[in-house]
Design a protein around this ligand. Structure first.
Ligand code: PLP
Length: 372
């Protein structure tokens, strides 16, 4: 087998051996064991979001990557006469805007600088000025930069104005404690291969049932019909179309391992330790971060390229890859940066090893890291 690689990316992430081993048995999609696993996963996701069925919340699993889950929600819950406000400050907010355009939803996009958060005050102003808005969409951890938008504060404003609040919590759910009800979130979307540390294969939407029911008959696509997907799962416990069986078995194992680690609080603590080790190590090497620390989350960080013309990101990436470390390119509008994730089956010692490798690569390439 080829060399083990550690993924310092926003997903897919490094997973445990036992999560991978959970995929070694073929599983029929109508097998009782599988149907029960799906039921258990849907129920435990509610628990992770601190809500219950009795409270009026439901989990819908959607085949595909995270984007499929977001698109399922966006294209199903915003009705013909509704109006969606998209609060965007990065590539993932823009992606929702693109979906709204393709599905021809009534919508408006308000873009904030990618190094600034969306504020509750700005949301309030927009909702005051545009009474036609019925739904608001925002990203929690904007993976473009790594900033955290203040979702609880924005949610409180949405509640006050009676708007439906849709949150892409893809890269944060499972790595950040989130009480969906307290944060006034009506639809929260994440996926199998982010902080729960499963493998790619499906997305999930945790939904306020009273809002989910309104989506009946208004989807713009068959396969991404959120309401029908839910109705299928509630009806006979099965997916409407071929489910990612092995990914679901891996996810069930990943949820068990999350519990054994001590739940989301313990995982959040580990990710924060990873980040602290990374911050200290990178700063000692002379790297500067793109975001100011007050808005920087602990999921992923953006580091500015060194000013030295000897720095070449492709070379840097390849040489780290050769050493078994996968980092992530940047996607920024106004600065050259690369990203390093703190999430997945990586531990402070792995981060220390990464920092050592970065130091070696810079020395080998004779790059000075003093940034202006
Ligand atoms: C990873 C991610 C997504 C989904 O991306 P996929 O490539 O479709 O899995 C969506 N939003 C955010 C914020 C993400 O980090």
């Amino acid at each position: 087998m080829s060399q083990k690689k550690l993924l310092f990316t926003p997903g897919p992430l490094s997973t445990s051996l036992t999560v991978k081993e959970a995929m070694l048995r073929d599983m029929g999609s109508r097998d009782d064991e599988f149907v029960n696993a799906v039921k258990q996963i849907r129920s435990e996701l509610l628990t992770l979001a601190h809500v219950t069925k009795e409270d009026g919340y439901e989990t819908v699993l959607v085949q595909g990557s995270g984007t499929f889950g977001v698109e399922s929600v966006i294209s199903s819950v915003v009705g013909k006469n509704d109006h969606l406000l998209i609060l965007a400050n990065g590539a993932y907010g823009d992606r929702i805007a693109k979906m709204a355009g393709i599905h021809q939803l009534n919508h408006q996009v308000v873009r904030f600088a990618e190094d600034e958060i969306v504020t509750a005050a700005a949301t309030r102003e927009l909702l005051n000025a545009h009474p036609e808005i019925t739904h608001v969409a925002c990203i929690h951890s904007e993976t473009t930069t790594g900033l955290f938008n203040p979702i609880a504060e924005i949610g409180a404003v949405c509640r006050q104005f009676g708007k439906v609040f849709i949150v892409d919590a893809m890269s944060s759910f499972g790595g950040v404690e989130m009480n969906m009800k307290a944060m006034e979130i009506d639809f929260l979307v994440s996926s199998s291969n982010k902080c729960i540390e499963g493998v790619p294969g499906f997305a999930f939407a945790i939904c306020k049932k009273s809002e989910l029911e309104k989506a009946k008959g208004q989807a713009r696509s068959l396969s991404l019909d959120l309401y029908e997907q839910w109705a299928g799962l509630e009806g006979n416990g099965q997916f409407r179309f071929t489910p990612p069986t092995l990914s679901l078995m891996a996810f069930r194992q990943a949820m068990q391992e999350l519990k054994e680690e001590g739940g989301i609080a313990a995982r959040e603590k580990r990710y924060k330790e990873n980040k602290a080790v990374l911050d200290e190590g990178m700063s000692a090497l002379g790297f500067k971060q793109y975001l100011r620390p007050e808005i920087q989350g602990h999921i992923i960080s953006s580091f500015l390229y060194p000013e030295d013309p000897a720095f070449n990101f492709e070379r840097f990436y390849e040489l780290l890859n050769d050493r078994g470390f996968i980092i992530y390119p940047g996607k920024l509008g106004k600065a050259n940066a690369f990203r390093i994730g703190n999430i997945g089956q990586i531990f402070p010692d792995d981060v220390r090893a990464l920092v050592v490798a970065i130091d070696e690569v810079l020395k080998a390439e004779k790059v000075g890291t003093v940034v202006a």
